[in-house]
Design a protein around this ligand. Structure first.
Ligand code: AR6
Length: 178
């Protein structure tokens, strides 16, 4: 049984998770937003390891150590930049969540914290992003019921947290009826 939960907070702080997800860009060489916060908290060794990865395509995911972060690992995924909705943004956002969980599963990582991928600098509409995030995570844990103890969404502001709470409520009650 995997708990899927949303809280308000800073993902670089200690939430007792083995891995945190970084909403990165395809260079994996750092940036603003949560990416900048993660690199600052992890320290310069994170950038050194990222330099060895040769970037990452949008929707894919790559693993590094967490260095000075409380989490042992960082899973880096470049989400899609919103370009109006006709550039496979929805599929690519779902791929980001799915592939992060696949990387975690491949490395026996049993608890993962996600930020709200693509809804900051990349401007993905929040309501739709939250539904894609929760339904993709739910689908993955339904396929892999023994893999994770907890999937935590650590959201930076109340509006985002509220939207993810609503999505959890909708997706989970829809599933329990069927
Ligand atoms: N903890 C949790 N969430 C955070 C934190 C934090 N410390 N800091 C920001 N957020 P964004 P994107 C929230 O812009 O839209 C970077 O430059 C933020 O409020 O970080 O995927 C990368 O290098 C928002 O809700 O990521 C890319 O170039 C969410 O995290 C680009 O930004 C995502 O916002 C990626 O843009």
């Amino acid at each position: 049984m995997t708990e899927i939960k949303a809280i308000c907070g800073d993902i670089t702080e200690d939430h007792g998770m083995m891995a945190i997800v970084n909403a990165a860009n395809t260079s994996l060489l750092g940036g603003g937003g949560v990416d900048g916060a993660i690199h600052r908290a992890a320290g310069p060794e994170l950038l050194e390891e990222c330099k060895t990865l040769n970037g990452c395509p949008t929707g894919q995911a790559k693993l590094t150590k967490g260095y000075n972060l409380p989490a042992a690992y960082v899973i880096h995924t470049p989400g899609p930049r919103w370009r109006g909705g006709n550039e496979k943004e929805r599929e690519l956002l779902a791929d980001s969540y799915w592939n992060c969980l696949q990387v975690a599963l491949d490395h026996q990582i049993s608890s993962v914290a996600f930020p709200s991928i693509s809804t900051g600098i990349y401007h993905f509409p929040l309501r739709e992003a939250s539904m894609i995030a929760i339904s993709t995570v739910k689908r993955f844990v339904d396929h892999n019921p023994d893999a994770f103890s907890q999937i935590l969404f650590v959201l930076f502001d109340d509006k985002t947290r509220h939207m993810y709470d609503k999505a959890i409520h909708q997706v989970c009650s829809a599933e329990s009826v069927s």
